[in-house]
Design a protein around this ligand. Structure first.
Ligand code: NAP
Length: 282
């Protein structure tokens, strides 16, 4: 049962987005699963998880086609995020990649467009592409993904770079390295963090301490892992779920309140970083 509303996170523009959205990595890989995947995303929308994260990379564009099916007829309810591959992220390449994504998504705009990770093109090139997409209305905001603190500092020092609307990074109980420096810096500069692989792609869910905390609340380990992220301000969490039971569970995680005892136990089992760790990626 979901009783409360999903909390919101403010983008630097002050626009609010849901703190709990939906990922799409691995969707679209098998034609026979596409209808079920789109149905799972639609169920998530019905339950208020209206931010959908996809990328041109996922299933070589087929994940975006699944998203198109999911949002058909209800595009205005959705905050749609996609990503450009670094190998496409020149000025012209960024614009062209976005136009291809828009065609696959069967929409006229992305709400947020991210550089998937830093590659060979100069950041100024990608920023110029983003600027062109903002001007033409094809993109409403832009951001980055897999940027460690040094990359972010460099980015915000460039003309227009401080308009970055998010940094999407790997963050979950077993991947807490960003708490040392990246997360505090992003908080201070009002750059929301989008936590990807919040369940460590399912590997996290076998941990005995997660099971112990979950059983105290009569919930599942996945719900504890998501609630642990959701209790923190400024974090957008994007679990991927193609199974409708998982979608419902994930939505209900937004209603779970962890106690100080729970958080203490989780800190013991998954200690926070004591020193700088290079940004982990998947
Ligand atoms: N920017 C980047 O470089 C980057 C990298 C990785 C991921 N991402 C984004 O972040 C999203 C989420 O990350 P992810 O897909 O890597 O991993 P994840 O969300 O941590 O885990 C997804 C896996 O967990 C399962 N699952 C979901 N909810 C569950 C529940 N309540 N109980 C048990 N199992 C559950 C899913 O199964 P079912 O599908 O069968 O329900 C799926 O196998 C991606 O889909 C993608 O959009 C971005």
């Amino acid at each position: 049962m979901s009783d409360g509303a999903i909390p919101k996170v403010a983008l630097p523009s002050s626009e609010l987005v849901p703190a709990l959205g939906q990922g799409t990595w691995a969707m679209g890989e098998r034609r026979s699963s596409r209808a079920a995947e789109a149905a799972a995303l639609r169920l998530g929308l019905d339950l208020g998880m209206s931010l959908i994260d996809t990328a041109e990379m996922y299933a070589e564009g087929a994940a975006e086609e699944v998203v198109a099916d999911a949002v058909a007829g209800r595009r205005d309810e959705v905050f749609l995020v996609s990503k450009v591959l670094p190998s496409n992220a020149s000025r012209r390449g960024t614009v062209a990649a976005c136009e291809r994504s828009l065609r696959r998504l069967r929409t006229d705009r992305l709400d947020l467009y991210l550089l998937h990770w830093r590659g060979g093109f100069a950041l100024q090139e990608t920023l110029a592409g983003f600027a062109e997409l903002l001007r033409s209305g094809k993109v409403r905001y832009w951001g980055v993904s897999n940027f460690d603190l040094g990359d972010l500092r460099e980015l915000v020092g460039l003309p227009g770079g401080s308009e970055v609307a998010t940094n999407q990074v790997l963050y979950n109980l077993t991947r807490r390295g960003i708490e040392f420096d990246l997360l505090p810096w992003c908080r201070q500069h009002q750059v929301p963090i989008m936590a990807y692989s919040p369940l460590e792609q399912g590997r996290l869910l076998r941990h005995p301490v997660l099971h112990r905390v979950a059983s105290r609340h009569g919930v599942t380990p996945a719900q504890v892992a998501l609630a642990w992220l959701l209790r923190q301000p400024g974090i957008i969490v994007i679990p991927k779920a193609a199974d409708p039971a998982h979608v419902r569970e994930n939505r209900a995680a937004a209603d779970l309140r962890l106690t100080a005892e729970d958080v203490g136990e989780l800190d013991q089992a998954f200690p926070p970083p004591q020193a700088k760790e290079p940004l982990a990626v998947l």
